[in-house]
Design a protein around this ligand. Sequence first.
Ligand code: ZN
Length: 310
Amino acid sequence: MSSGSPVSLPPCAQNQSYMDVSALDGGRLALPAWLILGGIPKGSSERIDMPSISFLLRHSASGRRVVYDLGIPRREDLSTLPGFEAFNKALSSDEDEPCLLRHHTFPGDGCVEDSLIKGGVLPEEVDVVIISHLHWDHIGDARPFTKADFILGAEAKGTIAGEDLQTRKPIVVPISAPAERMHFITEWETSIGGLRVHDFFGDGSMYVLDTPGHLPGHVAVLARTSPDGAWILLVGDTVHHRSILNGERDFASHDDGHGGIMCAHVDPELTRDTMRKLKALEDMPRVQLLLAHEDIDKDVFLPGKFVPLA
Ligand SMILES: [Zn+2]
């Protein structure tokens, strides 16, 4: 670990609150492998078909419901979804301009709203939506979440305001939530494993983690899943593939043809540092790290849930 200090997780309190965690189907996408994994020549035909998974977390003491990420919007909603105008235009345009979106295909159409309803939860019953970052396959459609507060990392604010030149691309999309229900985390009261964190409920049941590198304002979630010290770590897009987390592969990085680099991460070195810290947390006993873009057992999708690690 770069901080040099040993990793430790917060101890359990008396009557410790925790979170029940379920997966939600946020659709599927297929990308050229050369955009994700290092060592594959640019333009190779190899593809990776992957889900975009979201998560429902329920607070044991209050019953409050939190959703982490909203996945891919329904295809038929793209033309009416606020914020997606440039995205939809780039996706449907046949102009021969270089755009990464042209490489995406959609092998399956899932939707967080439908996945919630199928599992017995209405979108209007969700109290909090945490958005890991503003990429189109994570922000979904906020409109059905009529009562929720939307939580984002502080740096996402500048991106939404269009101030962040690095992120002005059609794949970065301002979320379709009302401004008065959007909240940006600016106070990180403590740290875990070298990452700044916000204790969301103030009782150690769920931490939002400042996980910089992939896109400004990227946040992860560390949730306690039992009163006696089991955890789930939701890492968003800091890691796209398990082989990268395990150090078997590097993430993709290519010459962009204009003297710069083409990489899925805005700041590759910062992403590496964040990833190392997340990996150190995963290596702790009873911590289950989950990627957004990795297939998982169907039993953990709502109304099912993750069994806390013993
Ligand atoms: Zn992303």
